[in-house]
Design a protein around this ligand. Structure first.
Ligand code: HEC
Length: 184
């Protein structure tokens, strides 16, 4: 085919065009994506065949929840107090505290971004089980991370026992009391 054959008849302002079609395979792939996108939109949106994206999401989440239960493991107050009575656990908890908690609660528990952990005032309750639950689950909206997701279970129990041991100590720069007083 000479260049002349490929010229298209028309002419605009003296400019002529070549007939330069895309390769056949390309055109087929192009139409295939359009057909596929329609089928996909109907299926994904749940308008046609599939269960729809919300239902798909719920199914996936239910499977995930079943595979990874998120409930706080129940440790009784007795079990936690037994941990707190072990000096080695409290020392292990202090090591966990120094790595993970100092940034917000200060090295001596006096508080900063997070509340003072040495006084008798507690936002989420002052029982040892309350401390354990708030440390495990966190208070995401207020910036307290859920440590149950990142620390080993025994580290959470140990750091709980360390926080428990801070009660009544005198930090260098205590933050003002937050929450309600709890007698111990
Ligand atoms: C990024 C900052 C941050 C880090 C790190 C952090 N906390 Fe907190 N923590 C907070 C904030 C903020 C609150 C207050 C939550 C609220 O107001 O409900 C809090 C609350 C608490 C409470 C409850 C206090 C109360 O008055 O009820 C305990 C206990 C606690 N943190 C322990 C820990 C321990 C133990 C660690 C380390 C394993 C830790 N926190 C690490 C920010 C932090």
């Amino acid at each position: 085919m000479s260049d002349k054959d490929r010229l298209i008849e028309h002419e605009y302002d003296g400019i002529q065009e070549y007939d330069n079609p895309m390769p056949r395979w390309w055109v087929i792939a192009f139409w295939a994506t359009i057909v596929f996108s329609v089928a996909y939109a109907l299926n994904l949106g749940g308008i046609g065949t599939g269960p729809g994206r919300i239902a798909e999401y719920e199914t996936d989440m239910a499977a995930w929840r079943a595979a990874y239960p998120q409930e706080t493991p129940v440790l009784s107050a007795e079990a936690l107090l037994a941990v707190a009575a072990e000096p080695t656990s409290v020392a292990a908890g202090q090591a966990v505290y120094e790595v993970n908690c100092v940034a917000c609660h200060a090295a001596d528990g006096g508080g900063g971004i997070g509340p003072n952990l040495t006084d008798a005032f507690w936002i989420h309750g002052g029982a040892i089980t309350d401390l354990y639950v708030v440390i495990t689950e966190g208070v995401l909206a207020k910036g307290m991370p859920p440590w149950g997701r990142t620390l080993a279970a025994e580290d959470v129990a140990a750091v709980t026992s360390y926080v428990w041991s801070l009660y009544g100590t005198t930090p260098a720069a205590p933050k003002d009391p937050e929450g309600d007083p709890v007698e111990r």
